[in-house]
Design a protein around this ligand. Structure first.
Ligand SMILES: [Mg+2]
Length: 175
């Protein structure tokens, strides 16, 4: 576990999520509460929706609603190119949005924290990729949750990274 009592130091720690669950709907409310988490940064493609399918399912809208009702601040942080359909999705979900990011580069996570007005230790990053979401979140000291990707369609570069990811996940035990 990467923990958040200090900056993670080893590569292994940086690539280890604080929690691994099947989907966003499986993140236990008690787990968030116990860690004093008040803000959630989520990835978009294959975490919230299938790759490049920006329609809002009712279950997804309900998940964001429930977070907001419980006082959580939310933000979608995506490496996807800006598109009106993504802006529309974030509007429907009533959440903040940063697109065109370059995760795992730290400045994009810091910008997200700034927009949320949150500190890393009270923020959880949720995503389906080790080398962008988990690594990036851990580098700035956030809690990190790895989820299984929703679909199998993805960017060709991502597919290549998956091969490496599979090797690392075997070592870390999140397979
Ligand atoms: Mg993703």
């Amino acid at each position: 576990m990467s923990g958040n009592t200090g900056k993670p130091r080893t590569v292994r720690q940086l690539l280890t999520p604080s929690l691994f669950v099947k989907s966003i709907y499986d993140v236990p409310p008690d787990w968030l509460k116990a860690r004093g988490i008040t803000s959630i940064i989520t990835d978009l493609d294959n975490t919230l929706v299938p790759w490049r399918d920006y329609t809002v399912a009712e279950e997804l809208a309900d998940w964001f609603d429930s977070l907001h009702r419980r006082g959580y601040k939310t933000l979608i942080l995506s490496n996807a190119r800006p598109a009106p359909t993504i802006v529309e999705l974030s509007r429907k979900l009533n959440t903040k949005l940063i697109v065109g990011a370059k995760k795992p580069v730290s400045c994009f996570f810091r910008r997200a924290l700034e927009l949320l007005g949150s500190k890393p230790h009270e923020t959880c990053v949720i995503g389906d990729q080790l080398f962008t979401d988990v690594l990036g979140g851990n580098l700035v000291g956030c809690h990190t949750v790895l989820v299984e990707r929703i679909g199998h369609k993805e960017f060709v570069g991502t597919k290549i990274m998956r091969l490496l990811e599979r090797l690392v996940r075997k070592r870390i035990g999140t397979t």
